[in-house]
Design a protein around this ligand. Structure first.
Ligand code: TPP
Ligand code: SF4
Length: 350
């Protein structure tokens, strides 16, 4: 049986600067389990893109394999999309990005897709600073294949069938920090107030933006003893900094909350306003971010929020000095300049 969403738009639905409603940013009806954290992430992406008034056809949704990688089907129906082979989303995104750098690349992967089969690809796309938003829906299990332990499962935890995780977990935020990502955040799918502004800020960021989103699997990893269940995350989550995103056209009002706050201007003129809950938290200190993640973990806490930001880091296109015109718009005579030019290029190698 298949279900289709109604195309009806109520006249009183609010519209964004493009005259589009939230409904115009939705996707197909989700077939994920009711209560799956991945659906909350899809909803946050819909809100972020609608509120930023991004033209849906300027977005490319990239994913691998897994329930998380299926999620792009449930948001941004009018965007481009590519569901790659398991763990190979980063290399396909690199190729797409080289061919058309004008698109916003929104990638959705799972902890199995990125921390197991795709770990090598993940590492290299981070160090290459590819211009993209890389989101991992981290549930600590392989949901699609029925709940095997993932490489992000904490050592000692048991899955639903009683298998114990024997090995140390891979912390993808720590890896991203070590490998030089210029935007690193950790969020909880159940906290939309935190997730939506962080996704918006990641989209506005130039370069590689990584968001590890704890996204509970209600079917295979929501039991007592799991460190990725809704109850566990709600009880152990702690936030270093609350983030607001102020788009370029919005006035930056002086609603200064109690405690410290900091405004960081991004390339395009938009602003990330960071309210520091933890007074010592400094989002520009990469090494401290790594230590903070580990220290909170040792205390049994999950540190969330924007962990690190370098708004002036060089991007993949800057490092490679790529042409201003996206390759897919280069005219045939430039792409294929003929035998004489080819001959002179070959001569230059002799
Ligand atoms: C090459 C290859 N190996 C193994 C699989 C089987 N497989 C499908 S999804 C998956 C893991 C999915 O886990 P994760 O990325 O965490 O996504 P989730 O389903 O938990 O959201 C595996 C191992 C596959 N599809 N292709
Ligand atoms: S199996 Fe888990 S990850 Fe997959 S849709 Fe169901 S709840 Fe979500």
């Amino acid at each position: 049986m298949s279900f289709a969403k109604s195309k009806f738009r109520h006249k009183s639905l609010p519209v964004n600067d493009l005259g589009l409603t939230y409904r115009d940013y939705e996707g197909a009806i989700s077939t994920l389990c009711a209560g799956c954290g991945h659906d909350s992430i899809s909803s946050a992406i819909i809100h972020a893109c609608a509120e930023l008034s991004i033209e849906p056809h300027k977005i490319a949704k990239m994913s691998g394999i897994g329930c998380s990688s299926k999620a792009p089907n449930y948001f941004l129906n009018n965007s481009h999309g590519f569901n790659t082979v398991h763990g190979r989303m980063p290399s396909v995104t690199t190729g797409a990005n080289l061919a058309n750098k004008d698109l916003t690349y929104l990638a959705m992967s799972g902890d199995g897709d990125s921390a197991s089969i795709g770990l090598g690809q993940f590492a290299h796309v981070v160090r290459r600073q590819l211009n993209m938003v890389y989101m991992v829906a981290n549930n600590g299990v392989y949901g699609l294949t029925k709940g095997q332990l993932a490489a992000t499962s904490d050592r000692g935890v048991k899955n639903k069938t009683g298998d114990t995780s024997l090995f140390n977990d891979i912390d993808l935020c720590t890896m991203a920090l070590q490998l030089g990502a210029s935007f690193v955040a950790r969020c909880f799918s159940g906290d939309k107030a935190q997730l939506v502004p962080i996704i918006k800020a990641a989209i506005a960021h130039q370069g590689f933006a990584f968001i590890d989103i704890i996204s509970p699997c209600v079917t295979f990893n929501n039991h007592p003893g799991s460190t990725r269940s809704y109850d566990y995350v709600q009880e152990h989550v702690t936030t270093g900094a609350v983030t607001d995103f102020v788009p370029i056209k919005e006035e930056i009002t002086a609603q200064i909350p109690e405690g410290e706050f900091e405004d960081i201007c991004l390339h395009d003129g938009s602003v990330i306003r960071i309210h520091k809950l933890d007074k010592g938290y400094d989002t520009s200190n990469r090494l401290k971010a790594m230590t903070d993640v580990e220290e909170h973990k040792q205390r049994g806490e999950i540190l969330t929020g924007l962990l690190y930001l370098n708004p002036t880091a060089s991007t993949f296109h800057e490092l490679n000095n790529t042409a201003d015109t996206p390759m897919n718009q280069v005219k045939q005579d430039l792409l294929c300049p003929g035998e004489r030019v080819l001959g002179s290029i070959n001569d230059s190698f002799r």
